[in-house]
Design a protein around this ligand. Structure first.
Ligand code: MN
Length: 163
């Protein structure tokens, strides 16, 4: 351990540089933990979470990286806080409000407040994206049984969504 390393550990601050490592099992960075997307549930499939920046850097926002395996999806949910997303690898589709959009690397996706949304990887390719959120944010809410019935029978996006 050199003096630089010792100083970083003793101050408990994040390292100033954490190298990107493209691994066989997905995008990874030094000193960034691979986390479960959410504690548990059947309303999402094949998705991991990594917190790249946030409270540790004394920021008001968190920058997360999510990766969805082929055929997987995030939870269909909504909340008051917004998402600012940049797709960074793979292919997929995004349901926002009333429409489904195809997305590819470097596309920007904005999820407005209180708007139903869901991210799905294609069946052939994973979907990786950066997502910026406020550190102080409300908890996501899933559809009620009545809302789910309305959503899944919708002529435009009913077949797309996963509940
Ligand atoms: Mn969300």
């Amino acid at each position: 351990m050199n003096q630089h390393d010792a100083q970083e550990i003793s101050t408990n601050a994040p390292p100033v540089v954490r190298s990107f490592r493209e691994k066989q099992d997905g995008y990874r960075w030094d000193a960034v933990s691979l986390l479960a997307y959410k504690p548990a549930g059947t309303h999402f499939k094949g998705i991991t979470r990594q917190v790249l920046f946030g409270e540790a850097e004394d920021l008001a926002c968190q920058l997360r990286y999510f990766e969805i395996e082929p055929g997987g999806h995030s939870t269909l949910e909504r909340h008051e806080h917004v998402h600012a997303v940049m797709i960074v690898q793979g292919r997929g589709r995004v349901f926002i409000g009333e429409a489904v959009h195809a997305v590819a690397p470097f596309d920007l996706v904005y999820v407005p407040p209180l708007t139903w949304h869901q991210f799905r990887a294609s069946d052939q390719d994973l979907l990786g994206f950066l997502c910026l959120v406020p550190c102080d944010r409300d908890r996501p809410v899933r559809p009620t049984a009545a809302e789910a019935d309305t959503l899944r029978t919708h002529p435009t996006f009913g077949n797309f969504i996963r509940l």
